[in-house]
Design a protein around this ligand. Structure first.
Ligand code: SAH
Length: 222
């Protein structure tokens, strides 16, 4: 594979480097073995520009073009761990495909993955990044995540990679009974928090979790 070759030459993109990243995630408190195995399997350096490949296994967000970023590995792991708690993975909807990294991690865990991206150019880039991984259970869709994905709903799990000011209503409607949604919400003071929404027989339970920093969720396709 041509991408990341230079960095591979100095050992910065090897499976061993990735294994060290996973060991650090474990130290930071990620416990779910399904999540750790998926992060150990997906070559994150193939989702960033060649010039950044040597930094792909640092635990940080990196630019991916179109003023967007690839999510920090710890945050990807933490959010998926929260989705899976006490749960067997079923179908999942991701809002904000970006470069496709988290979509690939999800596809290593969930039997059925849908991912929506509003920026066409980014979705094409994600398709290219994902090509070699041959993930037959992953569907990428160009669309506005504020509308969710009616044709594939309901979803047992929903994960949002961009911060909205409030929970998008369509996503709440498309959450299956017994399902979970994890998303960053932005507050008026500019801060953001992860919010977990659980749908049970009678209604919804909402819990506020860690402070985070995501790009804003924007309306409409681009
Ligand atoms: N999941 C990515 C992170 C992407 S950053 C990863 O693995 O690293 C968040 C993405 O959400 C951006 O690509 C942005 O364009 C997208 N986004 C923002 N608002 C959106 C919306 N309403 N619908 C779909 N995607 C949206």
């Amino acid at each position: 594979m041509a991408r990341g070759l230079n960095a591979a030459g100095i050992g910065m993109t090897s499976p061993r480097t990735r294994a060290r990243m996973v060991a650090r995630l474990r130290e930071k408190g990620i416990r779910d073995e399904r999540v750790l195995a998926a992060l150990a399997a997906v070559p994150r350096h193939q989702f960033v520009e060649e010039a950044l490949a040597s930094r792909a296994y640092e635990d940080s967000a990196l630019p991916i073009g179109f003023a967007q970023t690839i999510s920090q590995p710890y945050v990807v792991a933490r959010m998926i761990e929260l989705l899976l708690e006490e749960n067997t993975p079923r179908n999942v909807l991701e809002v904000g495909t970006g470069c496709g990294y988290q979509a690939a991690v999800l596809a290593a865990i969930f039997p059925e993955v849908y991912s929506i991206e509003r920026i066409q150019g980014l979705l094409e880039r994600a398709r290219r990044n994902l090509l070699g991984l041959r993930l037959a259970n992953l569907r990428l869709v160009h669309g506005d995540g504020y509308a969710g994905l009616e044709q594939a709903a309901p979803f047992h799990s929903i994960i949002v990679a961009a911060a909205a000011p409030r929970v998008p209503e369509a996503l709440v409607r498309q959450l299956a009974a017994g399902g979970r949604m994890i998303l960053p919400l932005s507050a008026a003071n500019g801060g953001q928090r992860l919010v977990l929404i659980e749908r049970n027989g009678r209604g919804f339970r909402e819990s506020e979790l860690d402070p985070v920093r995501f790009v804003p969720m924007e309306a409409g396709k681009a």
